[in-house]
Ligand binder design. Structure first.
Ligand SMILES: Nc1nc2c(ncn2[C@@H]2O[C@H](COP(=O)(O)OP(=O)(O)OP(=O)(O)O)[C@@H](O)[C@H]2O)c(=O)[nH]1
Ligand SMILES: [Mg+2]
Length: 320
């Protein structure tokens, strides 16, 4: 285990890949590995990129990689596999699109499965980010599809969130109003080679300037790009970097990272408590029994669970 940690700290690509498999497969050495690396974390910038399926996230990431390589940076990309069973093609697309960087020793690209993580997808991704951070990458980009609670949770692990929109999707603005808008530090309208990009920009800026829009942070920039024509890319990267610097200087980055760590501790606690109950009471099966009990007796949900927890605490006290 210590040997694996050393390989990661040395930036050894195969060691890193191995460590991420440890996370992805929930192997027992996971916890010790992450704790070993934790003191070396916090140096990388983490960008979260989210947006509707097919909005051009991977195409943009591919060009961001190119830009950052020119500046001599080392980068890692985590593409979180969409939960949908129909998205096999998309994952392949990611791989193919970024494939040209695969032989570059300074670029690490990896998809993460979204199924089967005890601590949830966000927990697994948080651990993968730590591995890449400890491995000394300057920039870590997390790409997720901006639909569904678990994907939002994942992108919220990032220091900074970039929302990708495209013209010609009529209810974009509605979707934005419905909540995802608040989490964007930066908006990119991709496919600006298509009609309606300028109009969408105006609409987004209008919504962002509405008095109801929360935050004391600067208004998020709204940028236009075309990944296909490779237009607007350098400006976008520059604006993202500026945005990051603002977070650093205002102290917001530190606050965010503390908030993220707190959320992570909460996830770990919830998972451990649940595991403890499962171990002690075979909870999953017990839940079925409790349904029976409620149906066949006068038990009520809250009273029943409260009684069970009281018993549990008494047992624990008995053990101490
Ligand atoms: N016209 C135009 N097409 C683009 C642009 N950027 C990407 N595309 C096309 O849009 C499609 C989807 O691009 P991806 O980069 O795979 O999009 P994505 O958001 O990563 O897709 P998922 O990961 O499946 O959600 C591809 O066919 C791209 O060629 C652009 O700027 N203009
Ligand atoms: Mg993609």
């Amino acid at each position: 285990l210590i040997a694996l940690a050393h390989r990661i700290l040395d930036g050894d690509m195969r060691g890193i890949a191995r460590a991420i498999s440890v996370i992805d497969n929930e192997l027992p050495e996971k916890e010790a590995l992450i704790d070993e690396l934790f003191p070396y974390c916090g140096r990388a910038a983490v960008w979260g990129i989210t947006g509707a399926p097919g909005s051009g996230k991977s195409s943009l990431v591919d060009l961001f990689i190119e830009n950052k390589r020119r500046a001599g940076q080392r980068l890692a990309v985590i593409a979180v596999d969409p939960t949908s069973p129909f998205s096999g093609g998309a994952i392949l697309g990611d791989r193919l699109r970024m494939q040209r960087h695969a032989t570059d020793d300074s670029v690490f690209i990896r998809s993460m499965a979204s199924r089967g993580h005890l601590g949830g997808l966000a927990g697994a991704t948080a651990d993968a980010i730590k591995i890449l951070d400890a491995a000394g990458f300057d920039l870590i980009i997390v790409e997720t599809i901006g639909v569904g609670q678990s994907e939002i949770e994942v992108v919220e692990l990032a220091d900074l969130i970039i929302l990708i929109l495209v013209p010609g999707m009529g209810d974009d603005i509605q979707a934005l109003k419905a909540g995802i808008m608040e989490i964007g530090d930066l908006f990119i309208i991709n496919k600006a080679d298509k009609d309606g990009a300028a109009k969408l920009k105006t609409e987004i800026e209008y919504v962002l300037n509405m008095p109801s829009a929360i935050t004391n942070l600067p208004k998020p920039p709204v940028l236009l790009t075309s990944a296909t024509l490779q237009e607007g890319i350098d400006t976008a990267v520059q604006k993202i970097d500026e945005c990051f610097q603002q977070l650093v200087h205002s102290g917001e980055l530190r606050r965010r990272r503390n908030r993220h760590l707190q959320r992570e501790l909460n996830r770990i606690v919830m998972q451990k408590v649940r595991a403890l109950l499962d171990e002690r009471y075979n909870l999953t099966q017990a839940l079925g029994d409790w349904v029976e009990q409620i149906r066949s007796t006068d038990s009520r949900p809250y009273s029943l669970v409260n009684a069970k927890i009281d018993t549990f605490i008494k047992e624990l006290n008995g053990l101490c």
